[in-house]
Design a protein around this ligand. Structure first.
Ligand code: ATP
Ligand code: MG
Length: 585
């Protein structure tokens, strides 16, 4: 450590939000260069390499072959798949000196597809799985928590190529199995959830989420084994209700009721229900307007009708309308459409067939035959008993309402519970989407040209370092698992002068450990106090700490377990064997 490129910090860096991230910076693993862009210092690089090794071993074990394709890519293939525009502002686009458009790869379906097309022509060449561990670039809107959401980050991405769906399923299953091994070895508590295929396209897809209160993803589970990212939850359509006995729609004065809360108060005060039950927000239908920004730059308004006791979930909505982006519906937009009375918007002006022509989509929980209180499109007025299917219609449904704890499971098994997670991996059955567009075809056994079917599979390698750090620390520092620790043993020599017997013995033990294949981080700094050395050892988080100090005079050294804090004295002559037993388990 007297020569290691390391400077530990006692203070939390100002720009680090999460404890694991703060510790990675303080303990000298990483440093920030720009928002979402980080350097790996010697200790951090060791951990990163260990994650890469786990991923590489498990990918190789299923027969995937490692390659590296460029990060700097030409525009044309991404143009062909429309991702040059559909990726939107997340794509780093640049020009070369001749003015040609290029990009920094955010993910590599196109290039892998073309590479295989270049080389293979027959079904006999398949199945094939290729992977790379490589740097990806995405101009994320909100880089977060250091490595968790970077703009430059390291991903393992693999791609499978098969002749038919049966083959694709096999490749997918093999990856799924490899991923469970990877995340087991990383020591993460994780769930596999049904995911939305999003911009990637394709059909089936699942995510591996590390369960963490700091995660950006929310997922749901039921008792029957159903698990899904909230983005992928499909609320089933509510069964039709018989509305034959429903009273006719009636417009009522509801002064000063532009919000759901004020509306419910006015209703209960001025228009109590006949059956004596008080009105609640769930009796109201609110119509939320947003503006969609399409990749081609065009804007289009969208109205979403949903029960007044629910909000639109921004992520669910974003998933549904991708690649368009969602923008707020501003006051100028209202001003441009006098038919829209803010706070009192009702279905009668919405939808393709009505005055504003604004596309109108309903939450699937709004049943045909259900009766609502909703805006009357006049300031200070609402309409009561407006029945869906009888009095108003819509252009379709949308899965954009928030999902709540206790909601019925779409699977029919009880209710949903919600939790948060960090997306660690994502596996997709792409099908023929990319191969079709880019012309990846091979001859089948009958001599017929068939389009190859693909899978695509990602693991966030740098994100994994961050996720493990978030999961493995205490208030004094990081606590690595054996498999990821930057060293097997942190050896602390505590003595006043560099020629002290303690340093002589410590150097000898360090050498013996190395000879036995143990990696040692040896704190040989001569002028650093024992207190500082201890603090640094705890901060850096190697799981086993060997302390050589005063008790050496009695032939004793001390082995400390970083996680439990327990320590025990062992005879100095047996120290290396003790360490071997401890590290190798
Ligand atoms: P997210 O929803 O978190 O933005 P994504 O769905 O865009 O991720 P994929 O395109 O599926 O991510 O990428 C595969 C894997 O790469 C993800 O599962 C994640 O582990 C990792 N990853 C994606 N974006 C980032 C990023 N900005 N920084 C670090 N790792 C990332
Ligand atoms: Mg994903």
């Amino acid at each position: 450590m007297s020569t290691l490129f390391l400077r530990t910090l006692r203070e939390d860096p100002a720009d680090a939000e999460l404890p694991g991230h703060q510790l990675l910076v303080r303990a000298g693993y990483i440093r920030r260069v720009a928002p979402g862009v980080h350097s790996w210092l010697p200790l951090g690089l060791r951990v990163l390499r260990k994650v890469e090794t786990i991923v590489r071993e498990e990918m190789t074990a299923i027969g995937a072959q490692e390659v590296i394709l460029p990060a700097l890519l030409p525009r044309e293939p991404y143009e062909a798949t429309h991702r040059w525009t559909e990726y939107g502002p997340n794509l780093f686009r640049l020009k070369d000196r001749k003015g040609a458009d290029m990009l920094l790869g955010p993910t590599h379906e196109e290039i892998f597809c073309l590479t295989v097309k270049d080389m293979y022509t027959s079904y006999k060449d398949l199945p094939l799985s290729l992977f790379q561990i490589q740097t990806k670039y995405r101009d994320e809107a909100r880089p977060r928590a250091g490595l968790l959401r970077g703009r430059e980050f390291i991903m393992k991405d693999s791609y499978s190529f098969d002749i038919d769906d049966v083959g694709l399923q096999k490749s997918y299953d093999a990856h799924r199995q490899a991923y469970t091994k990877i995340f087991d070895r990383l020591g993460l508590e994780y769930v596999i959830v049904k995911a939305d295929s999003g911009a990637m396209g394709g059909s089936a897809s699942e995510e591996f989420l590390a369960v963490s209160p700091n995660g950006e993803d929310t997922f749901v589970r039921d008792e029957g084994g159903y698990a899904a990212n909230v983005e992928a939850v499909e609320v089933p359509p509510a069964p039709e209700i018989d509305a034959s006995g429903a009273p006719p729609a009636q417009v009522r004065d509801t002064p000063d009721s532009p919000t759901i809360d004020t509306l419910v108060a006015v209703l209960n005060h001025s228009h109590p229900r006949d059956d004596g039950r008080p009105w609640t927000a769930a009796d109201t239908l609110k119509n939320v307007l947003v503006m969609l920004l399409h990749p081609d730059g065009s804007r289009q308004p969208l109205a979403i009708g949903l029960p007044g006791d629910r909000d639109v979930d921004a992520k669910r909505l974003a998933t549904q309308v991708a690649p368009a982006e969602v923008e707020a519906f501003g006051d100028n937009e209202f001003a441009a459409r006098p038919g829209l009375v803010k706070g009192y918007i009702g279905p009668s002006v919405l939808g393709a067939r009505n005055a504003t022509g604004i596309r109108y989509l309903l939450d699937p929980s709004v049943a045909v035959g259900s009766s609502w209180v909703t805006g009357a499109d006049v300031p200070g007025q609402h309409v009561l008993h407006l029945v869906y299917g009888r009095d108003f219609s819509a252009d379709g449904t949308i899965q954009a309402a928030e999902i709540r704890q206790g909601d019925p499971s779409p699977d029919g098994h009880g209710v949903l519970t919600l939790a948060r997670g960090i997306e660690m991996g994502h596996i997709f059955q792409l099908g023929t989407k990319y191969a079709e567009v880019l012309g990846l075809k091979v001859l089948d056994s009958t001599g017929k040209l068939v389009t190859v079917t693909m899978g695509s599979y990602g693991v966030g390698v740098s994100r994994a370092v961050a996720a493990v750090a978030e999961d493995n620390h205490d208030d004094r520092g990081l606590i690595w698992t054996r498999e990821l620790a930057p060293a097997d043993v942190h050896l602390v020599a505590m003595a006043k002068t560099a020629v002290d017997e303690v340093f002589v013995k410590a150097a000898e033990i360090a050498e013996n450990c190395a000879a036995q294949g143990l990696s040692v981080l040896y704190d040989d700094r001569p002028k650093v106090s024992p207190g500082v050395k201890f603090k640094d050892a705890e901060l850096i988080g190697v799981p086993t700490i060997l302390v050589i100090g005063k008790s050496l005079a009695d032939g004793q050294v001390e082995i400390r377990d970083r996680r439990s804090g327990r320590s025990r004295a062992v005879p100095v002559d047996g120290a290396v064997d003790e360490l071997l037993a401890e590290v190798r388990g």
